[in-house]
Each structure stands twice: as C-alpha cells, then as structure tokens.
Design a binder for this molecule. Sequence first.
Ligand SMILES: [Zn+2]
Length: 128
Amino acid sequence: MSYKIQQEEGEGACLECGTVFYGRKDKQFCNAACKNKWHNRLLRERRQLRMETVAALARNYEILEGLLKANRQSAGLAELSELGFDPECITGHRKGRCRHDEYRCFDISYYRSPAKIFNVRRKASGER
Ligand SMILES: [Zn+2]
C-alpha cells in the first residue's frame, strides 16, 4: 500500500516570465521552457563571471611580471589601477606575521598597504 503525501497547493508566479499560476507550493515556473530559460541564463551568468575573473587574474599576473622584469619590488595602487590591476582578484591570502598580509597571484607574492604593494617576488618552486 502506498501513501501519497498531499502537497500543499497555491498561487505562484513564474520566476522567468512572471505568469501567475496555480499549483504545488514549491513550483517555481509556469512550464519547462521557462524553467530551462531561467537555468540557462543562470549558467551563462556564472560562466561569464568566471571568465571575467580568469581574465582579471591573467591581467594582474602580467602586471606583476612586468614589475619583476623591471626589477621593481613595489608600485603604487594608483599606478597599478591605471594599468588595469584589480586588487580584489587574488589566488591566495595569508595573515601577516607582522603588520601586513601577504597576497598571491599564482607564484608571485606581495604585501599590500593602503597606498601600494611591496616586496613583490616570485615564490621559489615548492615554496608555499
Ligand atoms: Zn513562465
């Protein structure tokens, strides 16, 4: 013998097109096409954000490598910002033992103050 648990029903509005429908309380879409459209857009937005973040990391890395090639260990955040450096895009962060935290962009590390980054260096292979 099987028991079917009665789902509560009520009015809802489609997340995609806003059409008001009557059905199960947890129903979110008026039909499968709207459900697919909504999920496809969500996936597209997530993929877009991921691609933008990867591009920002690549740009940051190029800028940091440029500093190292020019034998510079520091640069002002204003100068870096003009080059397109995004200080929010990092691959690692470690609480500093002294005053400043260490930031990572792949194998390049640096410290950051409110106005500049400094002690820019390439980590030795295997160094964490
Ligand atoms: Zn709909």
